[in-house]
Design a protein around this ligand. Structure first.
Ligand code: AMP
Length: 209
């Protein structure tokens, strides 16, 4: 499981880890964005919370996470990204999965100023691959290296919404880190540096967990 502030690099790390371990990468943010893009009933309910940078209500997110985590391709493991975001979700996850819960929880630590720079430069493709205009640009401007889809900015990347997402992370998600610390599952990882460096830090911890 990967947690971290908005723009902290959890999506990129989760994607790498999932590939390395051969298990699905399950991102509640990606699932919700796909529901919004399809204008499903869930997507229509979730959309305004997401554009405001607020958490989508627990009852919507908890059920989609539970369903996705118990799908056949997730039986041998998963990398969960962006869930749980508050204590209530963490407790629902424990109730739903019991012993099949997370084996390790990685929390990326990134200073606020760096978060702002990263989100402001972030480019994503419709399938969720992430680039940074400054630090990690695609090979062809505006085009995803992996699937050739056009890149765009996320609609929750304006300064006011970034601030709201950071405040919510501190208020709602920090207690989740403490919860997993008490469960002795938490690894706090320095999220500053090159993508590969951060990945190596996590792999080293994974080997010893
Ligand atoms: P992310 O891509 O993880 O930054 O998520 C983008 C947005 O989706 C968040 O700002 C929330 O509005 C919503 N979201 C994603 N995961 C959750 C969650 N576990 N609980 C509530 N809202 C979520």
């Amino acid at each position: 499981m990967v947690l971290g502030p908005p723009g902290g690099g959890k999506g990129t790390l989760a994607e790498h880890l999932a590939e390395h371990l051969g298990v699905p990468h399950i991102s509640t943010g990606d699932i919700l964005r796909a529901e919004v893009a399809n204008a499903s009933a869930l997507g229509r309910r979730a959309h305004h919370y997401m554009t405001a940078g607020q958490l989508v209500p627990d009852e919507l997110v908890t059920e989609i996470s539970r369903r996705r985590l118990t799908a056949p391709d997730a039986l041998d493991g998963w990398i969960l990204d962006g869930f749980p975001r508050d204590l209530n979700q963490a407790e629902s996850l424990a109730a739903a999965l019991g012993r099949a819960g997370p084996e390790a929880v990685f929390a990326l630590e990134v200073p606020d100023q760096e978060v702002i720079v990263r989100i402001a430069g972030r480019l994503t493709c419709p399938r969720g691959h992430v680039y940074n205009a400054e630090k990690d640009p695609p090979r062809r401007p505006g085009i995803c290296d992996i699937d050739g889809e056009p890149l765009g900015r996320r609609e929750d990347a304006s300064p006011a919404v970034i601030e709201e997402r950071m405040a919510i992370y501190k208020r709602e998600t920090t207690p989740v880190l403490d919860y997993y610390e008490r469960e002795r599952l938490l690894h706090r990882v320095d999220g500053l540096g090159e993508r590969d460096e951060i990945y190596e830090r996590v792999l080293a911890r994974l080997g010893s967990s």
